[in-house]
Write a protein that binds this ligand. Structure first.
Ligand code: 4AD
Ligand code: MG
Length: 478
């Protein structure tokens, strides 16, 4: 029977009155043959379990090594020691699983994040990753709560798909054909009619196109699922497998879209601040320690907690792409030739440009709208100037792009024209165009990269440290 177990987080908040409790967890430390620091993953704070001299078998005490799992039943009493309000006086002590302290890969000392990435199967047991993944959980919950409370329908869009939603061609192929000898057409190309689905299929890069089908029936939907991109980007911001949240709203224009995105980001960060304060404080402390070794000009101006409070209490800046380019052209960084990549109207902004805007110029999140049509996807609504589209990207300090979205092109003729110009197969996407044929409506949506949000809230700096088992070029461990 394990169901009598009390979680350490709850126990630490309980008034002690000598009541009998049962706790289970992993040993973090054992000192003076008397004090066990026990952790069960519900909080970074350990429970002190006191073993009174002579009450337990010596052989059992010897097995209280780092990461051994134990079951303790005892009395909850006020603690005399510093650092905790309560402790448990052990009555019975049972080892559930031994742990060879010498061989245990994570020694009780400070390890680098790089080292822990190689031990990703055990890193959840460290304080840093304990905090990161509890916050990740809370954010996921807050996202569902936010949309549910607004009446959005959670739509599960497919993971295997035959269409390239972003038209970027960076997809992982899904096939059961033999790689070494696939069936071929007369011209030598692979004959996908023989493949599992009878056509060429891939892992999805976005659920948006299917999301639009949902929005034009339910009014408002959102997706929240795994997303795959086979781009060879080995940066601290890119994963080959990540999670994306994509709301899609009928009867919605670019302005409504921006308002929703801003409200949404404020809401989920506020939710984490309310429900994970202890974990965020822990990570704030960690970040401050880490930054002590950096030169003054490389340190953050605000601590993590301050930064998050600032973001939820202030409106995002809103500028057009054209204004953004002008700011960059006027900047001291540009004049001193500090940018590596070209700045001129029409280019896709590089992360150095985005970071200049949010970190140096505005010092807060910025929504950039109305990008040149040639650097954006086919489905974005063409503006009256004929040159720009009703796109919006949200840029966040320390992260760069965190959201990409737009108002969609709801006019059938304009959409088809755009698809033809951009060589998007009109026939294959006939199902998508049906939304424009049968009761088309102005609609809009966006995609938020979940891991980039988690990076922002935890203050971690590498995206590999905010997803349980990162998939990146040349890496699919565990
Ligand atoms: O800007 P993206 O490519 O937009 C779309 O896919 C649209 N269909 C979304 C929509 O309008 N429904 O991607 C959206 C977000 C980015 O802003 C970024 O936060 C994240 O997804 N993202 C990645 N996150 C981690 N690793 C990658 N390789 C990412 N690529 C995009
Ligand atoms: Mg984008």
């Amino acid at each position: 029977m394990f169901n009598k177990r009390v979680k350490i987080k709850d126990l630490l908040a309980t008034e002690p009155s000598g009541q009998e409790v049962t706790v289970m967890g992993w040993v973090k430390g054992f000192r003076q043959n008397q004090f066990i620091a026990l952790n069960d993953g519900s909080t970074n704070n350990n429970l002190q379990v006191v073993v009174e001299l002579g009450t337990q078998d010596e052989a059992i005490l010897k097995r209280l090594t780092t990461s051994a799992s134990v079951k303790v039943t005892g009395e909850l009493v006020a603690s005399l020691g510093k650092g905790q309000k309560v402790e448990v006086k052990a009555k019975t002590l049972e080892i559930l699983g031994d742990s060879d302290a010498e061989a245990y890969p994570i020694q009780p000392k400070k390890h680098s994040l790089e080292f822990l990435r190689e031990k990703a199967h055990l890193r959840f047991r460290t304080n840093t990753f304990g905090s990161v993944f509890r916050i990740r959980h809370t954010l996921a919950y807050a996202i569902h709560k936010f949309f549910n409370d607004k009446g959005f329908v959670y739509l599960h869009t497919p993971i295997i798909t035959a269409s390239d939603a972003e038209g970027a061609g960076e997809m992982f192929r899904v096939t059961t054909l033999p790689l070494d000898n696939p069936p071929r057409n007369e011209d030598g190309s692979v004959d996908y009619r023989e493949d599992f689905f009878g056509k060429s299929t891939n892992l999805t890069v976005s659920g948006q196109l299917e999301g639009e089908l949902g929005a034009t029936a339910f009014g408002e939907i959102y997706t929240f699922g795994p997303t795959f991109r086979a781009e060879n980007s080995n940066t601290a911001r890119h994963l080959a497998e990540f999670w994306m949240i994509e709301p899609e709203m009928a009867f919605c224009d670019l302005e409504d879209n921006m308002n929703l995105a801003e409200e949404f980001i404020h809401y989920v960060i506020k939710y984490a601040l309310e429900h994970n304060r202890e974990d965020i404080e822990f990570l704030a402390q960690r970040l401050a320690e880490e930054e002590k070794s950096l030169p003054q000009d490389k340190r953050s101006e605000m601590g993590l907690m301050e930064k998050l409070e600032f973001v939820v209490n202030n409106k995002f800046e809103r500028i057009t792409y054209t204004e953004a380019i002008d700011i960059l052209l006027q900047s001291p960084a540009y004049k001193k030739k500090k940018f590596q990549y070209e700045v001129k109207w029409g280019v896709d902004m590089q992360s150095e440009h985005e970071r200049y805007l949010v970190e140096k110029h505005f010092k807060k999140p910025v929504i950039v709208t109305n990008y040149p049509k040639d650097i954006k996807s086919f489905y974005m609504r063409l503006n009256d100037d004929g040159k720009t589209v009703a796109a919006m990207d949200i840029l966040a300090p320390g992260i760069g792009e965190i959201v990409g979205g737009s108002q969609r092109e709801e006019r059938l003729d304009k959409l088809v024209e755009r698809m033809e110009q951009m060589h998007v197969p009109v026939e294959e996407l006939s199902w998508y165009l049906d939304t424009r044929r049968y009761g088309t409506v102005p609609h809009a949506g966006f995609g938020l990269g979940f891991e980039r949000l988690v990076l922002f809230v935890t203050g971690m700096t590498n995206i590999r440290d905010v997803i349980a088992f990162p998939r990146t070029p040349k890496n699919a461990e565990f």
